[in-house]
Ligand binder design. Sequence first.
Ligand code: IPE
Ligand code: IPE
Ligand code: MG
Length: 228
Amino acid sequence: MSVDFPKHIAIIMDGNGRWAQKRHLPRLAGHKAGAKAVERTLRAAQKNGISFLTLYAFSAENWSRPQEEINGLMQLLSQALDDYSHKAMQHNIRLWFSGQRHPLSPQLLSQIDAIVQKTAKHTGLTLNLALNYGARQEILHAVNAAFAAGEKALTQETLHRYLYHPDLPDPELIIRTSGEERLSNFLLWQAAYSEFYFTPVLWPDFTEHDFEQALAIYKTRTRRFGGI
Ligand code: IPE
Ligand code: IPE
Ligand code: MG
């Protein structure tokens, strides 16, 4: 028995801070090393023919961190977007943004908007960047947008149409690094039947091999969707 090949893999990239702590480095050094792991993961996803890769980069709840860490993270994100924008052009990658715009900086938002627009017609991997993302916020946004559009009684299908990206298939596989085994407000609606892969590997140490290991484990799963 085999599972369908996953179209969408979503990753909770966790453990940057602990990676740095273990090396007596500032937390930001962990986030920098984490950006390298993103590059490796993108390569692995492309190589393995994945269509959609969602990366949880910053949660709606991460604003509760020290301001210095937030500033550093936002700066790193902006740098990473600069780098990836070239890669996206070279490799036919399409960028999507999932999250609330407020209170992200206008500079970062216009940078994201520009890449999203520039890559909109690309037909390779879709990199869905979950930034200032919270799943409860996404669901509430969908409900409010649906009512504002005049919808009356919501069905699952109608609500789905008002999610950030109605064309994003539900992730078949969700990976979380660093040994934590929780969703932390990630894709609550879309994860209804996702398979989970938890690994103790800290995100900056995550390699192409770890990605392929997760895929291999996924292939051993039996997905029943309530059937037998
Ligand atoms: C994940 O690593 C990156 C973000 C949440 C932005 P953490 O910064 O959460 O690392 P730990 O969990 O403290 O090790
Ligand atoms: C989840 O990691 C968010 C991201 C990876 C961006 P956190 O480190 O913020 O999650 P908690 O606080 O441990 O649940
Ligand atoms: Mg964490």
